[in-house]
Ligand binder design. Sequence first.
Ligand code: PMP
Length: 401
Amino acid sequence: MARNFRSEFPALETASGDAWHYLDTAATAQKAQPVLDAITRAYGPDYATVHRGVYERSANMTLAYEAARKRVANFLGAASEKEVIFTSGATDSINLVAESWGPANIGKDDRIMLSQLEHHSNIVPWQMLAERVGAHIDVAPLTADGQIDLDWIEAHLTERHKLVALAHVSNVLGSLLDAKRAAELAHFHGAKLLLDGCQAAPRVPVNVQELGCDFYVFSGHKIYGPTGIGALWAPYAILDAMPPWKGGGSMIDRVSFDGTTYAPPPGRFEAGTPHIAGVVGLDAAIQYVQSIGLDRISDHENATLAMAREALSGINSVRVFGPDKSMGILSFAVGDVHPHDVATILDEGGVAIRAGHHCAQPLMDYLKVPATARASFGIYSNADDVAALVTGIERVRKIFG
Ligand code: PMP
């Protein structure tokens, strides 16, 4: 019998027993039971601090914490677990790069290449850095079908560009970047490539060495893990040359009032008591995802999304944004109805979608809309969810004539 993924996610069961059609996985994914169990154990019978205690419980927790780092390294295809920094999420990871690597490598009149579809967390930290050091930002446009225009990037990259920072998968359009080509283009001009993997890590197999990128970031909560935890990957040589960003306990070698020296990576970038239970939960989430296989998750989401795309394309007045083959994410509009009204009416039918600018206001400006409605899929999404979405949209059309 086919595995029923849905039954592995307690949040998808409502108290009344009615089905809940959760189509907001791109905002945050629901948590599988093994992840919840791991977090409960980490805060319960296994709880102790890491890296400091000489007693057995702390030593065991340290082993679990460092095993999680190894798991993330394996998940991303990294050469070593020393290349993985735990952060509070993708936003924190990008800010770490912008605050530490940024001023050491980007100066006055240097340039940073972004794209029109970036999430605010892959825009604002670079704007803050550019303002601080006197650098400039270039914004790559999109192709007609909503992909980052790499031809434009090829034509506009110069020796002054030190960084190209792009979404691996767009959180609004679901467009998948040709990351290998982006890396080649960046490196041809001596620039580094940062990939925002928030939406890719849960649905695309990632191998940072094959992609050839220089920084990769993602958030645990989008990959069926806990909030407040995520990771930054970079080759060890890059991390080793980066100054610390946050100061405090754990990130030091020796502290004195005459001067302080710092620990090597990854410790240098993990000041303070870390999110221990978050790391353990992330480890469980990655184990869960790996036990299914990202290819299988991808195939499942693509099939569900194709069903939704097909159904929506048959409804008069529905406009779909982005490429025909988007990854797990489908943004749309129903005539002139405000996306918030669409989402409210869908909610009345037990369908949870996101409506708004999706933290991508420059993309909304580009699309010339104030907001979009967005349905996004996960391993637990199924044909019933698509049917409920379509029924809800038909209801919107009826109500708004
Ligand atoms: N980038 C993308 C593409 C995202 O979808 C998100 C989350 N919506 C982020 C960055 C920021 O992630 P977080 O809020 O978990 O730090």
